[in-house]
Design a protein around this ligand. Structure first.
Ligand code: V55
Ligand code: FE
Length: 495
């Protein structure tokens, strides 16, 4: 007998093992659905016209290693279409090379997160991207992103997958961040890929695309060490690359080990470069080991750069510790924090840190209309301590949304969910084009742990504490999602 070209299923059927990664709100949903006219309570604002897209890792098969981490499932794209006080829902898997090969085999062929040494030999060299982290609309194209692979372009309406998008061949980095930044005035998109010359490499490729998606500027440089660079920030004049000590190691990967481990023996290094600058202009400002998945925004006053994020003293995800017992919840709490560096100062000055707010916060966001400029208002998911918590990973525990005023340096509004609910990431929609910064709606998926179904809440930022103006009741459970975006209907139609 000759070896089959496609690995055959080893047995009939399929079953997810009884592991935390496949239970609670991390139970795979796997439903590609169309729901016409979602049931609603309250008044859906008629001026909400557009699409709310959100992406979630939603494993199509149990991972072949027998376990997994929350960053590794296949991308399921969700779309809520808002028109004249009515909302429809659609979800589709992103048809990545990985998903297509695994579906053909009817089982998992790819192993551990970002470790190709754990894959089945038949997928050696094949695309590992799961397209599961964020969804971005720029220059008329809807892109699903995952930081270990190139962008994937999908249709704005059918959600059909067109395939990998390399910006007309201009992006040669095999990796592309899930967190590009957009200047709302120039329309430019700023992006980068890290581990850009192969697994565990220190190389970073930085790209600036114009408002039409054409790559205008490209810079290759090396980080001081290889780390997870999940988010970055751009101001009017600078791009900042935060290198924090969650590190990788090629020998560990070859031995089948995890891609990332928290390593507090290293410093945090903020790489600052003029936003249209060159590699020789990068300066590294150092400080103590810190962790941040996400930043609100950054802005500069002259050469003084303020970076606002949700910063913890140690890695916030327990599953990224070499020894899970070393995880200390008190150090893993992300708090609204400002880092300040002066590009005119000597690198040896490092950066300064100011913790602005004591509460546990994640999924920070600003009004897109002020990104790269000075923001006054930020919103973030928060966790009200003392309440009932579900699951053991930080982002699954959010049960509140707060508004933070960066001018007053205080929280100026908060909505706390009833018990037995947690939140996914909120997105902000301005009330209209001329609305003041932060005035509008927050859309947020609420997980109802009693019914095990999802609601989509519409909150009015003018009356945040009053709770939702409308609640959409989905007949589905949507596995814990990651990032989303709002696209106004006229832009969807133009794209
Ligand atoms: C994150 C998520 C990822 C990833 C790296 O939320 C970091 C943080 C869903 O995938 O690959
Ligand atoms: Fe993220």
């Amino acid at each position: 007998m000759t070896a089959p070209s496609t690995p055959s299923p080893s047995r009939t059927g399929m079953r997810f093992p009884d592991r935390p990664i496949y239970s609670g709100w991390d139970t795979p949903s796997r439903v590609e659905a169309d729901v016409f006219e979602i049931e609603a309570e309250g008044e859906i604002p008629r001026d909400l016209r557009g699409r709310y897209y959100q992406i979630a890792p939603d494993p199509a098969f149990p991972n072949r290693t027998g376990d997994d981490i929350p960053f590794n499932g296949d991308g399921m794209l969700r779309m809520f279409t808002f028109a004249d006080g009515h909302v429809d829902y659609r979800s589709r898997y992103v048809q990545t090379e990985k998903l297509k090969l695994e579906r053909a085999a009817r089982r998992s062929l790819y192993g551990a997160y970002r470790n190709p040494y754990t894959d089945h030999f038949t997928v050696a060299g094949k695309g590992r991207g799961a397209a599961n982290t964020s969804v971005v609309f720029h220059a008329g194209k809807l892109l699903v992103l995952k930081e270990d692979a190139r962008a994937t372009r999908v249709d704005t309406d059918s959600l059909e997958t067109y395939g990998e998008w390399d910006f007309d061949g201009a992006v040669t980095s095999p990796t592309f961040t899930a967190h590009p930044r957009i200047d709302p005035v120039t329309g430019e998109m700023f992006a980068f890929g890290y581990e850009a010359k192969g697994l565990a490499s220190r190389d970073i490729a930085y790209y600036v695309m114009d408002a039409h998606g054409k790559v205008l500027h490209e810079v290759w440089f090396k980080a001081p060490y290889t780390s997870m660079i999940h988010d970055f920030v751009v101001t009017q004049d600078y791009a900042i690359f935060p290198v924090m000590p969650t590190t990788t190691d090629l020998d560990r990967l070859k031995a089948g080990g995890p891609h990332w481990q928290w390593d507090p023996s290293r410093e945090t290094c903020l790489g600052v470069m003029p936003r249209h600058g060159t590699a020789d202009q990068i300066r590294w400002y150092r400080g103590p080991a810190r962790w941040a998945y996400h930043f609100f925004n950054a802005h500069n006053e002259g050469t003084t750069i303020h970076i606002d994020g949700c910063v913890s003293q140690a890695q916030a995800a327990p599953f990224l510790y070499p020894d899970p017992l070393a995880y200390d919840i008190t150090k893993g709490v992300p708090r609204i924090t400002r880092w300040t560096a002066d590009y005119a100062a000597d690198e040896s000055n490092g950066f300064e840190e100011q913790v602005l707010q004591p509460e546990f916060t994640e999924f920070p966001l600003v009004d897109d209309r002020v990104e790269t400029g000075r923001q006054r208002i930020g919103f973030a998911g928060a966790r009200v301590l003392g309440d009932e918590h579900k699951g053991d990973n930080g982002i699954a525990l959010l049960n509140s949304i707060l508004r933070y005023d960066f001018d007053k340096q205080q929280a100026t509004g908060q909505y706390v969910l009833p018990e037995h609910f947690t939140f996914q990431e909120p997105v902000f929609v301005p009330r209209d084009d001329d609305a003041p910064e932060g005035d509008g709606y927050l859309l947020v998926l609420a997980n109802n742990w009693t019914t095990m179904l999802n609601d989509l809440l519409i909150l009015d930022t003018a009356e945040l504490a009053a709770g939702p103006v409308a609640t959409l009741h989905l007949p589905l459970r949507l596995r814990s999602g990651i990032h989303g975006t709002w696209v106004p209907e006229h832009l969807v139609q133009a794209g």
